[in-house]
Ligand binder design. Sequence first.
Ligand code: CUA
Length: 248
Amino acid sequence: MARRPIRLALFAGVTVVALASAPVAAHGGAADTTAEQLIRSLGSRLVFLAVTIAVLVEGAFVYAVLKYRNSGDAKSTGHNPRFHIAFVAAVSLVLLYVGFASFQTMGALNEATATDEGPPADAVEVNVVGAQWLWTFEYPERNVTTRNTLVVPVNRTAYLNVTTRDVIHSFHVPSLGLKRDAIPGQYNELVFTPTETGEYQLYCAEYCGRGHSNMLGTVRVVNRTAYERWLDRHGGGDSTTNATTSPR
Ligand code: CUA
């Protein structure tokens, strides 16, 4: 009879671990940008490592509880240098792996979202200007300026010049895996190629004053025809907005 609660606890533990890792596993659909793919891959590797360690530790724990449950009073095991060395080595290996994998992903992200040679051929170039507290998007080639909504065509590289006309802001679109600081007097490039049409939430990710939490926007990824139509509709000046800040 004493085994039943243990089995029940074991079952509950495994269920909790499975449920906790399910959302991550279920998020396995196609990523919308290379950047997001890189971040997702790092996330799933770390979750896999964490779940493996959790199962091993819990397994050893349950095994010890079952095996030694009737062995009387506990005695100290004393000092065991081998165990200490093994423990420190195992923890160091895990931390080294986490550090290395994150560092490598950071490098790959930089490579995927920046170029040294300016805008790639055929890229859609947009100047992104942060200001207290709104985002302005300028399409210099088409003389279009919009507020808080960035429209880009799907499957075509977008080349953003991110800057600000006052304090530091940060252009952050989590579901596309994009983030770039907007710094006064500086133009930070952000390159990406969206592969799925849709609407993505844009946030300001750097505290910039009273209106920071309302400094939101939308990134709309549309097909090529819709993009051209949209440009035509808003072209020839800025009928849609009174924000005409020039970043240069
Ligand atoms: Cu802009 Cu926070």
